[in-house]
Design a protein. Structure first.
Length: 380
């Protein structure tokens, strides 16, 4: 099976520096270098589409632009790229969300994927009027997905749950195709929700041994539910013609981290209720030392950014080898990003993807009979 690659739309702003934000921390000032205008995001989306990325993830939260509205606008400037729209099920009714997804599918020709984000920060949830605790939010997510999936199947839904209640709910028009549901979470209840309801389980970029354990955990839970789940991983990338060039770029980013900013961000992230965020913090411990935590896996991004905090760093051949290593564990989808997102898409798309194609591991999704020719990578 051909590997699937997705890119990222930086709706919190872009820069040649790492743009922070996420998990209750605000976007850093660097995000103003390239504001997340529809014109700029569309430029990234078109590049991703041409290079062979299947979709593009958009984040959710107070630190970025709204994902539904932004992707709806950017979709009109692309032809084939799908949009992995992150949203929080506690902020919109399940019937309305099912209807929104159905409309998105019709208006874009079936280019919606859904990334369900339960929300790991109670203080941020409360700002939106959501006062449930973390476990209750996950239980609500399960009820939400049960309702949405039944509506997408054309059923009339009556449900009186612990947190959600609908009566005589139905859609006038069901989505075609039905959007696939992506979901991540490292707590026990998150695994239960994934096993019952999702198509693709996403993990952040932990070292392979930890990723293997997580895959085995979710796969076992899904088997008990009589289901199978695909697996994806969320990573940043810094890939160049040589390893020396790639690590020089990583060190350049690290040199740009203001110590006070690192201290402030780490203090904010330490308050996170997210088990996944706790695992990300444990990879670097707030220190600038020993950040290569596995060959070509660098934890430096997590010093100033919440959520996904690791990057694959190395030559195109080395990054391709790390992707193969994760694939051997069971990872079939890779959700990637890099700073700046426009240029880094070309570095990866022109440097790594042809190497995977030559080994029969990847095929351009929009030109199945041809692989992208090896080109001189973008330079800046």
């Amino acid at each position: 099976m051909s590997l699937t690659f997705h890119w990222f739309l930086p709706t919190n702003g872009d820069s040649r520096h790492v743009v922070g934000g996420g998990h209750g921390t605000p976007a850093t000032a660097f995000g103003r270098n390239r504001p997340p205008t529809v014109a700029y995001l569309s430029q990234i989306a078109r590049a991703a589409e041409d290079l062979g990325f299947v979709g593009a993830l958009t984040p959710t939260g107070a630190w970025c632009e709204d994902a539904w509205l932004t992707t709806a606008m950017v979709s009109q400037h692309t032809e084939r790229l799908k949009f992995l729209v992150a949203f929080r099920p506690g902020f919109v009714s399940p019937t309305l969300a099912a209807q929104m997804a159905s409309t998105f599918q019709r208006q874009t020709g079936g280019r919606l994927l859904l990334n369900v984000v339960t929300g790991g920060e109670s203080h941020e949830q409360r700002a939106y009027g959501d006062f449930l605790d973390k476990d209750a939010r996950y239980r609500r997510t399960g009820e939400f997905l049960q309702i949405v999936r039944d509506l997408w199947e054309g059923k009339t839904v009556d449900l009186s749950g612990e947190h959600l209640q609908v009566e005589d709910a139905r859609l006038a028009r069901v989505p075609d195709p039905v959007p696939e549901v992506y979901f991540g979470g490292s707590s026990p209840i998150a695994g239960e929700i994934a096993a019952r309801h999702v198509d693709v389980y996403l993990t952040w970029g932990e070292p392979p041994a930890q990723v293997a354990a997580k895959i085995a955990w979710v796969r076992g839970l899904a088997a008990k539910e009589g289901r199978t789940v695909r697996f994806g991983i969320r990573l940043h990338v810094i890939t160049r013609d040589t390893a020396e060039q790639a690590w020089a770029e990583a060190h350049k980013l690290l040199d740009g981290f203001d110590p006070d900013t690192v201290k402030s961000v780490q203090a904010g992230l330490a308050r996170s209720e997210s088990e996944g965020q706790r695992r990300m913090l444990a990879l670097h411990g707030g220190s600038r030392e020993d950040l290569e935590i596995h060959p070509n896996l660098w934890a430096g991004i997590g010093l100033v950014r919440g959520g996904a905090g690791t990057a694959l760093v190395g030559s195109h051949d080395e990054v391709a080898e790390r992707i193969k290593e994760y694939h051997a564990l069971g990872i079939d989808e890779f959700v990637l990003s890099g700073y700046p997102h426009l240029e880094e898409a070309y570095w990866f798309g022109e440097g790594v993807l042809p190497r995977l194609a030559a080994q029969g591991l990847w095929q351009h999704p929009f030109a199945p009979t041809t692989a992208p020719a090896a080109q001189v990578p973008f330079t800046s």
